[in-house]
Design a protein around this ligand. Structure first.
Ligand SMILES: *Cc1c(COP(=O)(O)O)cnc(C)c1O
Ligand SMILES: [Zn+2]
Length: 417
């Protein structure tokens, strides 16, 4: 990828619009607003094409022209992205709909979409000269930072709430990271990491390199458009924790129109999905607020359990601008969502995906989706990481190794003529 020069020009404050250099900074020096990478869009438009993307590597680096950095060797590190987009006719039929698609981002190296954000964050961290990585995580980010750091030979420190699912703890520690299980919730963990980041020369992927990290989520828009033969879906349903994924998927779709890769037209309606046990963005949307009052999380959807979401306000803006909304679903609905997806598509999602499917169910059942709309569900994490959510619902037949015992359990053979 020797012809690569990033079109990223600066970091810009999302509140006061002041611009600064592309360094390890994340808050505005003037107003403490969050920073975002900005690009020379004309420059991107002048180099990018569908053919150039198709000729790129089978990973998220094929969209490097839209990213703030890219490795010299795209095969280095853990290959991330280009996950399947699957049509789901049985799921659609169960809900009276006709054109439902599942973006199965469980098919990433550590089985969640966090591999995307970490790929970008670590590449940029290396360019900035960091040799140690760190993160505050609700679980999936911990897995990804530990694994990608191992692949790059970087030292890592991963901070998680101590009550995290056991599967996520094990699937992080195995990579040889230094794992800190903090007695507190995610917001406590995040506060600790902000303090530590101020005087340690570490790349905290979602603190001091967060602006670059966030860019990785845009690839979930680019990929879906490419997989739909360079068209945009009518609607997307996206889970919300900090709100970064939700806002960046929107940004990605806008990029595609601005650079001429897809025809100008209506932007996809974006529906945000939260758990009622931690739904501060959904609550603020419902109340028509322009700020997000923090909550104390209590939900089985631990990967979405951020009570004070950094990009919550921007998520509300995106939902309003696209004609979407942000809904919150109950614990019971989350489990039903996991089961419906598994039983109609063969895809086992973690609780975050249960939240996403449950919002689709709700929108369908309340007549908010036209049956012919093309809807993409973003399934962002793997069910094997949150087994406890469905463990008590498992039905099995314990039998002796005899035909009689088998027939007693499931009924006698029907005679086939
Ligand atoms: C982190 C995460 C999200 C949402 O991420 P934000 O960008 O913080 O909103 C969604 N799904 C899963 C499985 C996650 O781990
Ligand atoms: Zn500012």
């Amino acid at each position: 990828m020797n012809d690569y020069v990033t079109a990223a020009t600066s970091l810009q404050c999302k509140e006061c619009d002041r611009v600064g250099e592309l360094t390890a900074a994340y808050v505005c020096d003037f107003c403490f607003g969050p920073l975002e990478v900005v690009y020379d869009t004309d420059r991107i438009a002048s180099v990018v094409s569908r053919e150039r993307i198709a000729a790129g590597p089978p990973s998220l680096w094929r969209y490097r022209d839209f990213l703030p950095c890219a490795p010299d060797d795209p095969a280095a590190g853990l290959p991330t992205g280009m996950t399947p987009l699957i049509r789901a006719p049985r799921l659609a039929a169960a809900l009276g709909l006709r054109d439902i698609w599942v973006k199965n981002d469980t098919a990433n190296p550590t089985h969640s979409f966090k591999d995307r954000v970490v790929s970008i964050a670590l590449q940029k961290a290396r360019e900035l000269g960091f040799t140690t990585t760190a993160c505050a995580s609700t679980g999936n980010l911990a897995n990804a930072v530990a694994a990608h750091s191992a692949a790059h030979g970087l030292e890592s420190y991963v901070f998680v709430p101590a009550d995290l699912e056991e599967q996520k703890i094990i699937a992080t520690a195995v990579y040889g990271t230094t794992l800190l299980a903090v007695g507190g919730n995610y917001d406590d963990v995040n506060r600790l990491c902000m303090e530590l980041a101020s005087d340690r020369p570490w790349a905290f992927v979602n603190v001091n390199v967060r602006p670059y990290y966030a860019e990785g989520s845009k690839t979930l828009a680019y990929e879906v458009a490419e997989q739909l033969e360079w068209t945009l879906p009518d609607r997307c349903i996206v889970p919300i924790a900090s709100g970064s994924l939700f806002t960046k998927i929107h940004r990605g779709f806008v990029d595609l129109v601005e650079t001429g890769l897809v025809a100008a037209g209506r932007q996809p309606v974006l529906n945000g999905a939260q758990a009622a046990g931690c739904g501060p963005v959904a609550a603020a949307f419902e109340a028509g607020l322009d700020f997000v009052p923090p909550v104390r999380p209590k939900t089985i959807a631990k990967s979405l359990a951020i009570g004070n979401p950094a990009d919550g306000v921007f998520a509300i803006e995106v939902a309003r601008a696209t004609g979407g909304r942000i809904d919150a679903v109950s614990e019971q609905e989350i489990v039903e969502g996991i089961e419906l997806l598994a039983q109609t598509t063969g895809i086992f999602t973690e609780t975050a995906g249960g939240v996403t499917v449950a919002v689709l169910m709700r929108l369908a059942q309340t007549g908010q989706i036209d049956p012919d709309e093309r809807v993409v569900l973003y399934i962002t994490g793997d069910g094997l990481k949150t087994l406890d959510a469905v463990a008590s619902r498992v039905e099995r037949h314990d039998i002796e190794p005899t035909v009689a015992s088998f027939e007693a359990a499931v009924g006698e053979a029907r005679i086939v003529a």
